[in-house]
Design a protein around this ligand. Structure first.
Ligand SMILES: [Zn+2]
Length: 156
């Protein structure tokens, strides 16, 4: 019987955004969210009774979190609201996304984190009999409104 194990770690970050292509006037204004990101990794069999060490998963996901945390997600990398006049100040505070919806953010997170999980999978090659251990990024769920609205992306 095929089966899989999975583990999920939860991360949080805050950022501001502004949607351009939307019929909702409220979303056209700059505003912020406290996001919750649930990252689920799966495998076909355990090694050391683990899917992945939570500390390793944290190290894999942290660069993405740091790239968006306390940033302005904006289609305009020359966004002036954070400009203080010294060179490059705002460049460090803008995360450029054409349309910074939760769907866009979760897709960027998935692409970035799945590459690191693939690297982990290659480095951690192990066998049980003739079966190769596989580890993959199964799902990322991004809560834009805690406990009321989320989007998710899954490996197919
Ligand atoms: Zn919003």
């Amino acid at each position: 019987m095929d089966r899989e194990f999975s583990c999920t770690k939860i991360f949080r970050f805050c950022c501001a955004h502004q949607l351009v292509n939307t019929s909702t006037e409220k979303c056209k204004s700059q505003h912020g969210h406290s996001y919750k990101l649930e990252v689920t990794v799966a495998c076909n069999f355990l090694i050391n009774e683990m899917v992945i060490d939570f500390t390793i998963l944290k190290n894999i996901v942290t660069p993405f979190i740091e790239s968006v945390d306390h940033k302005m997600l904006s289609p305009n990398s020359n966004h002036v609201i954070f400009q203080e006049g010294n060179n490059g100040f705002y460049e460090n505070h803008i995360f450029p996304i054409i349309q910074p919806t939760a769907e866009s953010i979760v897709e960027i997170a998935f692409n970035s984190i799945s590459k690191q999980i693939e690297k982990f999978d290659e480095e951690e090659t192990k066998f049980s009999g003739s079966m190769r251990r596989r580890t993959w990024l199964k799902r990322i769920k991004l809560w834009e409104e805690i406990d009321s609205a989320f989007v998710e992306i899954e490996a197919k």
